[in-house]
Design a protein around this ligand. Sequence first.
Ligand code: 13P
Ligand code: SF4
Length: 354
Amino acid sequence: MGLAMETATSASTILPFTPSVARATEGLYARVSQVVPEIEWAVHAPYVDAINRLKRQKNAVILGHNYMTPEIFHCVADFAGDSLQLAREAARTDAKVIVQAGVHFMAETSKILSPEKTVLIPDLRAGCSLAASITGADVRLLKQKYPGLPVVTYVNTSAEVKAESDVCCTSSDAVAVVEDIARDRGVDAVIMTPDEYLAANVAKQTPVRIIAWKGRCEVHERFSASDIRGYREANPGVVVLAHPECPPAVVSEADFAGSTSAMINYVGKQRPARVVMVTECSMSDNVAVEFPDVEFVRPCNLCPHMKRISLPKILNSLQTMTHEVTVEPAIAVRARAAVERMLAVKTSPQRAAA
Ligand code: 13P
Ligand code: SF4
C-alpha cells in the first residue's frame, strides 16, 4: 500500500504518475484515450488506481451518473446509469458503502433504499436546481389546494419532498407512473412536481391531466427550438436526441426524447451516422467511447452540480468516509414508500417521457 493509501489525501493533493500506476491503468486508458488527452491522463491515472484499490478494501461500490466525466464514468464507477438505474442498483448492491458519483438527491435516494449502508457523497454542495425549487411544505400546500389528487414527484427532489408524495418517477418511467397511480386512485388528474417541462412533456403522451409545479433544470431549460434548427442546418442529416427536462418546443423538434440511458440505448440500437445529444456535456464523451463509428455533434451545457464531483474528491471521500448522507428515519420511511412504489411500476423504453 502506498503512502497515499495510508493517509487521507486532501482533494487538492497531486499524486505522482509513476511507472507502476501507468502499468496498472493502461487498460483503462486504452478505453478512454479518444476523449481524455494523454497529458490529462497523467493527472487522472494515480487517482483512478488509488480509488480502485481502496474501494475494494472498503467493500465500497461507486454509483456513477451518466453525466460524470469519462475518467469517472469509465474508469472508477462500478455501475453507471440514469437516475432510475442508479436507484435500482442502490437497492440491489451487497456493498457496505455506496459512494454516489452524482448529486445529493441521488445519494439520499440510495440511503432511503439502503438505510443499513453507509452512503457517501464526495462534495456536499452537489445540489440540483430542481431539488432546490420545492420543499415539503410546498407539497403539503398543493395537497390542500387539490384534495384527493395523488402527488407524483420526480426523484430530483429532497427526501422531505418525496416523503410528502404518493409516488416518485424518473424521466424514464414518468408516463407509466402517472397512468398507474391515476388508474389505482380512480382519478383523471395528478399533481406532478417539480419539473414543469417534464410535466408538459408527459402531458403530451397521456390523457391524465397534469397539474405541474414550476421548477426547471438549469441545464436543460437553456436549450431552445432555434438551437435545434441551428444544429440541423450546420450538420446535415444529424439525428437529434433530447432529454425530457428540455422545454416542450425542443422536444417537439427532436427525433427522439428520453432519459440519459434511453438516449444511449437509441444510439446503440440505431447507430446514426451523426447525432446530437441535447443534454449535459459529459454524455457525448461517455457514449462516444462506446460507439467510435458515430459522429457526435457536441453543443455543451454543463451541470455545475454534477461537475463538483472529481477523482480527488472521490478518493478523499473513501479515505475519510465523508460526507456521509443521512435521512431522518421518520422521513426515510415515507420517502421509501414513494420510491418503492415507483420501482414496482412496470416500464418499457417506449413509454419513456418523450
Ligand atoms: P436521468 O439520468 O434520469 O435521465 O436524469 C437526468 C438528470 O438530470 C439527473 O440529474
Ligand atoms: Fe439537476 Fe439539471 Fe443538474 Fe440534473 S442536470 S442535477 S436536473 S440541475
